[in-house]
Design a protein around this ligand. Sequence first.
Ligand code: UGA
Length: 437
Amino acid sequence: MRISVFGCGYLGAVHAACMTRLGHDVIGVDVIPEHIAALSRGEAPFYEPGLPDLLAEGIATGRLVFTTDQSRAADAQIHFICVGTPQKAGEYAADLTYVESAVTAILPLLKPGDVVVGKSTVPVGTAERIAERVRMAQPGAELIWNPEFLREGFAVEDTLKPDRLVYGMAQTDSARAAAALLDEVYAVALADGTPKVEADLATAQLVKVAANSFLSTKISFINAMAELCEATGADVSLLADAIGHDARIGRRFLNAGVGFGGGCLPKDIRAFMARAGELGVDQALSFLREVDSINMRRRVRMVDLAREECGGSIVGRRIAVLGAAFKPDSDDIRDSPALSVAAQMQLQGARVTVTDPKAIDNARKKWPELSFAQTVADAVAGAEVILLLTEWPEYVGLDPVELRERVAVPRIIDGRNCLDPVAWRAAGWTYRALGRP
Ligand code: UGA
């Protein structure tokens, strides 16, 4: 198939590279010339395992091209909308500027039989408006809403082997013909038995935000339990293991700690609440406000724990922070709990040094007043307390005996409940964690 991908950020760059791997001819379009230049050289503008190899492979075949020239996408039969929908400044609602400009760029290119496929996360109702614009511009073209569920860090795997495909579409012959074309795009996954759910446009848009709301709720639920555990001396990790054995609950996404961040979950639950308000059903999602507050409270609690450990004040104290990315295997610092805690402590007078295997450059741009170290050894040198805030495997595997030699005071706060308290205490450390005695 001849495919265009509008928007070459996390979602679009991965989608374009994966579609080439599946055998299609792909043109990736973006308005940021530096990103297009990097992608054209086979370099990902962000860290995502497996992506550089896939880009290099695609570019070498000549079937993967990146450009800022939208008109070059005119040959494509299928146009994917993969642009970002960030939170509007000072509001909960999503900013649809990039979606609108992608659609405006695609409309004049449409030929009869072409398909526009929406993958961006949008407020329900957006796809219906786009469908109308597509119909007006080219009555022979169709819109299908096909939300994306990839996770950063596993984006390539999630795109090549999705756990489900959702098609939001009209129940007309031409929409069914469009869906058949999309089936050809995803032929490999469908042949592997990937479940496909065909739905109306509204349901397809809601599936995405409902899934992210559920995941956020699961994390905030266990973090609320962590608050209870802190008040009672119970252990939230054991609690999660025990309730997770119930298959109806499941252990995944029940890791208590400093909470969720990133470019998706926080802004998606807020945009969902904003949209529910517009639709007059804000009460239905009022629980998400609590999900958000539980999540933000964990960051405050982390700073409070550091203060407690420093004897009541962090002013002038040397604090090492392990992790800046919002999660391991990513250099993404958007709404990162780790960086937000580090910055709070710095603002409150601590001397904070942050390290991260991949995210230091991004973190420095956002918070230049923080100190950064390339290695754990440098970050913790002379530290009076260490905070582990992103569970990179190299931090989870740290040797407490070796690390003890480098710090001023052996005190660690495990913000991701990923260390073995017994081993750290045995090595002479004061070990604290969120929701564990
Ligand atoms: C999330 C969803 O998981 C994807 O399915 C979705 O496609 C994506 O958003 C999106 O909307 O594009 P992602 O933001 O990459 O993916 O990250 P997650 O793996 O969901 O993690 C989000 C945050 O939750 C991280 O800060 C992570 O540390 C935190 N988390 C996760 C916990 O605090 N506890 C857990 O048990 C799991």
